[in-house]
Design a protein around this ligand. Structure first.
Ligand code: ZN
Length: 263
């Protein structure tokens, strides 16, 4: 685990690996507010960090286990108030039932109690605007700090040009959410996996343009008479280990389905 600082922000970056697959995930502390808790599999390093950090509140960007795995611990051991989107608060009430590959990679996600977020959140020194940004998850939010010109975007960005996506994700919804946040005035974008991105608007714009052109290509080929399978073979011919390990919960086919079905 690496702890980095930028102005009054602390970032703890964790590396999680399994079977040749390595991912980074970060949690952030600013103004006694913790943004996301990290995965349960990293509880040893995270708990020793949280024991030192002065945390009053926790905001969860969405319910996924790599962001919420220690919410129950923070509630019971730090007496922190957990906040999240109303949909996420409902999901949090029960322990997550995860597919095996996710449970092995990130660890379990025990049940926790969260308070429902409204449109703004006040920490000691800052006002945070809560922006509902579905597409990666239906309870996904971004947090905007106008005073600093910072946007915490959870998993809205992650990668500018993804080649695969999860079954629960939606290209049309991601496009809508990216457009929504791009209307805000910010420079620094803070991503749960890619970390602090100083030219954040440009990065988000690159992803938005990529998804828009992907959407146009898919619709063009489908309207020409190609089946969904043919569209996928044309645009994403390569198969990756991850598609099989996830039993196709993660696959390029979900780009095509979400675009054609506009779901
Ligand atoms: Zn996620």
């Amino acid at each position: 685990m690496k702890v980095k600082s930028y102005e009054d922000l602390l970032q703890a970056e964790l590396t999680v690996s399994l079977g040749g697959q390595t991912l980074q995930v970060s949690v952030f502390l600013i103004d006694h507010l913790l943004i996301d808790t990290g995965p349960n599999r990293k509880q040893k390093s995270l708990i020793s960090l949280f024991e030192q950090w002065d945390i009053n509140d926790v905001i969860l960007t969405h319910h996924h286990e790599d962001h919420t795995g220690l919410a129950y611990w923070l509630k019971h051991n730090k007496d922190a108030t957990i906040h999240m989107h109303p949909l996420g608060a409902t999901y949090g009430q029960k322990k997550a039932r995860l597919p095996l590959y996710r449970r092995v990679f990130w660890g379990k996600r025990p049940a926790f109690h969260a308070k429902e977020l409204s449109d703004t959140f006040q920490s000691e020194h800052y006002v945070w605007e809560v922006i509902h940004t579905p597409g990666h998850a239906d309870d996904h939010i971004a947090l905007y700090n106008k005073e600093k010109g910072w946007l915490f975007g959870g998993d809205l960005y992650v990668h500018p040009k993804p080649k695969s996506m999860f079954k629960f994700e939606s290209v049309p919804k991601l496009i809508h959410s990216l457009r929504k946040v791009l209307a805000y005035d910010f420079d620094t974008y803070i991503c749960s996996h890619a970390g602090v991105i100083f030219n954040g608007k440009k990065a988000l714009k690159t992803k938005l343009d990529y998804l828009i052109s992907l959407q146009q290509e898919v619709l063009f080929l489908h309207n020409k008479g190609m089946t969904r399978k043919q569209v996928r073979q044309e645009l994403f011919p390569k198969k990756h280990m991850m598609h099989y390990i996830s039993f196709f919960e993660n696959s390029p086919r979900h780009f095509i389905d979400s675009i054609i079905d506009q779901k």
